[in-house]
Unconditional design. Structure first.
Length: 349
């Protein structure tokens, strides 16, 4: 029995936004389901931030319509849209304490003081800042300020949460920690969330679904796993993680099925096995292609090693998890690479 479809919470219908002679967003149509965590991913200038600003009401479309809960909001100003928004800069009031920052949106809604205090207490406890209500933002760390910004966006129970590069100002460890916080809060509150980022790992970690944009249009949309494992285009394959594009590689690429016209073979670096030339073949060798190459470079990156291996006219990237007792190859070493033919993907050029 198939799952029932999630009812639409947000819809873009053929939306175009033009700045001067440049179309930042072109004929954009998408649907975000109720309770879904959708991430819009893409390089600078692809239109992802403009899309978020259109949804937030800070920009108006030149053509098309935007609907929330079935009602058009294209002409509705931002302050009349019931949304929580978190910017990369957090946008906390520097002269107000944490508690007053959190009370402010409730006060603007006319909530009584006693109820405001209860809500603030609850949200401070949820984001692990119970003892920080009397501090100013300048007295908090970056991660603590991010938690306050999350709390302020959630405290009024908005049906939609918008995130604009929310973790861009944090270091790696804090980013990973806050990814867990955001994911947990989304699961707990069930708020329809739209996030804009250029960080591929962040998008893969947080999202129910990812949209990859390019030049104002949607290049591909799918679940994180499907998007990474089955990219439709060369652009998506190369933008979302690393990809070996086997175009005129200097060796014959073996496939289990005929390669569709207009496509090129692609192989993810972690799908390649590296070994010494004389190492025993794997049990499934009949399903694999094997090639010989020379290590051009080895990069140690903590949990993994990355090899650049010269094979024919190509420089293939190989990633393997670091494990005790494994053989380590150095530049100039001869190696054997092999991979399952079924791990090849064909992407349009």
């Amino acid at each position: 029995m198939k799952n029932k479809p999630i009812p639409a919470q947000i819809e873009f219908r053929d939306v175009t936004k033009i700045y001067g002679q440049v179309a930042a967003v072109r004929n954009l149509s998408l649907t975000v389901g109720r309770g879904e965590f959708l991430t819009i991913l893409g390089p600078s200038g692809c239109g992802k931030t403009t899309t978020l600003m259109l949804l937030a009401g800070f920009e108006a479309p030149n053509r098309g319509d935007i609907l929330i809960a079935g009602k058009s909001v294209a002409a509705v100003p931002s302050y009349r849209r019931d949304q929580g928004i978190i910017f990369q800069s957090y946008a906390l009031f520097p002269h107000l304490t944490v508690r007053r920052n959190l009370e402010f949106p409730l006060e603007m809604r006319g909530m009584r003081a006693a109820e405001r205090a209860k809500r603030v207490d609850r949200i401070l406890e949820r984001v692990h800042l119970d003892d920080f209500g009397g501090r100013l933002p300048s007295q908090l760390s970056g991660g603590q300020q991010q938690r306050v910004a999350l709390a302020r966006a959630l405290i009024a129970d908005p049906p939609i949460l918008l995130l604009d590069e929310p973790l861009g100002a944090l270091d790696r460890n804090l980013r990973e920690q806050m990814q867990g916080e955001i994911k947990g809060l989304h699961k707990e509150f069930g708020i329809t969330t739209v996030c804009v980022t250029h960080d591929q790992e962040e998008a893969l970690t947080l999202s129910d679904r990812i949209i990859v944009m390019r030049a104002g249009r949607i290049e591909q949309t799918d679940t994180p796993e499907a998007l990474y494992d089955r990219p439709a285009t060369r652009f998506v394959a190369s933008f979302l993680g690393e990809a070996n594009i086997l175009e005129n590689p200097g060796f014959n690429v073996e496939t289990d099925a005929a390669q569709p016209s207009g496509t090129v073979a692609m192989l993810r670096p972690e799908r390649i096995w590296v070994a010494a030339p004389a190492a025993p073949k794997r049990a499934d060798a009949n399903n694999r292609q094997s090639v010989s190459g020379t290590v051009d470079d080895m990069i140690y990156a903590g949990p993994l090693r990355k090899y650049h291996v010269r094979v024919g006219s190509s420089l293939l990237v190989v990633r393997e998890p670091v494990a005790s007792g494994q053989q380590i190859f150095r530049p100039g070493d001869e190696v054997r690479l092999d991979w399952l033919r079924s791990d090849l993907r064909f992407v349009t050029v």
